[in-house]
Design a protein around this ligand. Structure first.
Ligand SMILES: NC(=O)c1ccc[n+]([C@@H]2O[C@H](COP(=O)([O-])OP(=O)(O)OC[C@H]3O[C@@H](n4cnc5c(N)ncnc54)[C@H](O)[C@@H]3O)[C@@H](O)[C@H]2O)c1
Ligand SMILES: Nc1ncnc2c1ncn2[C@@H]1O[C@H](COP(=O)(O)OP(=O)(O)OP(=O)(O)O)[C@@H](O)[C@H]1O
Length: 532
């Protein structure tokens, strides 16, 4: 048989088979591969010089078969997943409708949810204990941080509206752990000065582990708005946490309304009525769960102006740099988080104050803030078409004048966000420091800086500046800075503890590989010139 005939026969057959086994109708593609194999294995009359091409061609056909099969499998998997979600949603809806129609009968039935609420785990029965002298003592020894000291419990009178029925906060202990020695603690003596010589004595080993001392009982769930998949998951998670784990649940007012539209069953979900109540959430919430992308983690952090409870970020966004948990496996993840111990990334925040011209040390009320950011504060030209002119000081030392589009002061967590886009380095979130990254500087030599965490930075709009500057905080809340105004920024006292899937470093590396495709390059082929 001539080569062209062989090709056309194989192509024709493969085409027919591909049509028969098209990826759209999900017929078993094993047939396709089998048929290709049959064609390829068919004994053919040999024509001189054609064997090599045939071998090559049969390889190519195998590859085509494999690719088609993979495509069909991927599509089938996606469709199966979609069907599963739909099914879950329908089941949940049906269950909610049933609960709604059952009404009081449900409460009489032992072992059901209402029974649990009235039982020994009842939130009504769980009074807030007065602080004892023993508790107010340091209970975690010299090493580690105890939640009692950071998030001190309050009496019921301190939050009359939302918290009247709520149990006391769970206590936990944070411990620095090291892979090398089991009993290792955070090393304080990093440098030694013995006999006039300066040596590095110990390096800090800062993987932090959180161990619950009393079980967590109250969860705040924060969700990305306008997303159907988030809404479905939220309803499912709320009922699972209530029924299987007897947790007290807080959601945003918007989410509570959405849940109640779904079913009156969700009446147990609590919320707050005003910002004043919301600012005190840290006093009752043991754990925050976020359902969304990085923006939802930033949103969650912004809800806590003081201490922040541990955040468990589930990924339902497109990038998800700070959201390591898979939403499909939420039960498994939450079970292990609620039991502990949890690896934690302590993400530093920056606290920012806007100082208005002429107000410093004269009239405190003229100054604004503090505003806390988890990613960065950006000072840019906003809609002004003039070059931004910013004078920058670190403590009392002059750093530089920025002439360009603006400046980003970023945490190390934010180093992979806007700062990265402006040419800043990527820094592991546990490295303490403040990134100083210019935006489009009109200069050939303005390299980004990383400053130590203890400095206070002051960014001043000079009085002779041609235009205004604008400050924005984690990409939100723009504030105008007039000539003479300044922004003062330093490391905040309250970091954001986020739960890790593995540990801080493996999660970070996973995110830069998976989320940013860092240093992705085709591997160099084996053949080619070699060193002799
Ligand atoms: N040119 C840019 O890259 C640019 C411009 C404006 C804002 N931003 C960033 O967007 C952030 C606000 O995020 P949003 O989700 O509310 O807004 P958004 O919806 O506009 O999303 C911004 C993108 O930045 C990603 N992102 C946020 N924080 C990150 C982090 N720490 N590491 C890696 N990626 C991160 C998000 O996943 C998202 O893909 C700002 O804090 C700023 O860092 C980036
Ligand atoms: N609970 C919330 N209430 C109001 N706004 C929120 C809330 N959660 C998130 N947002 C805002 O919604 C926007 C999008 O959120 P998020 O980044 O989580 O989702 P996404 O854009 O789908 O994810 P990704 O950024 O990974 O693509 C952000 O600007 C964030 O500030």
């Amino acid at each position: 048989m001539k080569r062209s005939n062989v090709n056309s026969t194989v192509q024709g057959n493969a085409h027919n088979i591909a049509q028969e086994n098209g990826v759209n109708d999900f017929l078993p593609l094993g047939n396709l591969e089998k048929a290709i194999k049959e064609i390829v294995d068919q004994p053919l009359p040999l024509v001189d010089g054609i064997e090599d091409q045939l071998v090559e061609f049969s390889e190519a056909m195998r590859t085509v078969g494999k690719v088609l099969r993979e495509a069909a499998e991927a599509k089938a998997a996606a469709q199966a997943e979609a069907t599963e979600w739909k099914h879950k949603y329908e089941l949940e809806r049906e269950k909610n409708l049933q609960l709604e129609t059952k009404g009081p009968t449900f409460a009489e039935n032992p072992g059901n949810f209402e029974q649990k609420v009235g039982g020994s785990d009842s939130i009504e029965h769980l009074a807030i204990e007065p602080e004892t002298g023993e508790k107010s003592q340091r209970c975690c020894g010299e090493n580690g941080i105890c939640s009692h000291e950071v998030l001190r419990d309050r009496g019921p009178d301190s939050y009359p509206n939302i918290h009247s029925k709520i149990t006391r906060k769970a206590s936990f202990k944070l411990k620095w752990c090291s892979k090398s020695k089991k009993d290792d603690q955070h090393k304080h003596d990093i440098v030694s000065f013995e006999k006039g010589n300066i040596t590095t004595a110990e390096r800090s080993s800062k993987q932090i582990s959180l161990k619950w001392e009393t079980p967590p009982q109250t969860v705040l769930i924060l969700t990305k708005p306008n997303s159907t998949s988030v809404k479905i998951l939220c309803a499912e998670m709320v009922s699972w946490l209530k029924e299987k784990r007897s947790m007290n649940i807080f959601v945003e007012p918007r989410v509570r309304n959405e849940l109640l539209e779904e079913s009156s069953y969700f009446n147990f979900a609590q919320s707050w009525i005003d910002d004043k109540e919301m600012w005190r959430l840290h006093e009752v919430v043991d754990l925050v769960v976020t359902l969304g992308g990085d923006g939802t983690v930033l949103w969650a952090a912004s809800k806590f102006k003081g201490p922040v409870p541990p955040i468990v970020p589930f990924s339902l966004g497109s990038l998800g740099f700070m959201t390591p948990f898979y939403s499909e496996r939420y039960k498994e993840c939450l079970k292990s988080i609620l039991e502990g111990p949890i690896s934690i990334t302590l993400r530093h925040r920056l606290q920012c104050h806007v100082i208005r011209e002429g107000s410093e040390n004269e009239n405190e009320n003229e100054n604004e803030g503090p505003i806390l950011v988890l990613n960065e504060v950006t000072i840019d030209r906003g809609i002004s078409s003039f070059l931004t002119n910013l004078e920058c000081y670190s403590d009392n030392s002059f750093v530089t004048t920025v002439q360009g589009d603006g400046l980003i002061l970023s945490t190390t967590s934010g180093s992979t966000a806007y700062s990265l886009a402006a040419g800043g380095s990527m820094v592991h979130p546990q490295v303490p420091g403040i990134l100083f990254t210019p935006i489009c500087p009109h200069s050939l030599s303005f390299r980004p800086l990383i400053l130590p965490e203890h400095v206070t930075l002051r960014i001043q709009v000079p009085l002779n500046s041609r235009g205004h500057a604008w400050a924005s905080f984690d990409g939100k809340d723009r504030k105008q800075l007039a000539p003479g105004d300044a922004l003062v920024c330093s490391m905040a006292a309250w970091p954001v503890p986020t739960a890790c899937r593995g540990d801080s470093t493996s999660d970070f590396l996973h995110s830069i590989h998976d989320g940013l495709h860092w240093n992705l390059r085709r591997t160099q082929s084996f053949d080619g010139p070699r060193e002799s």
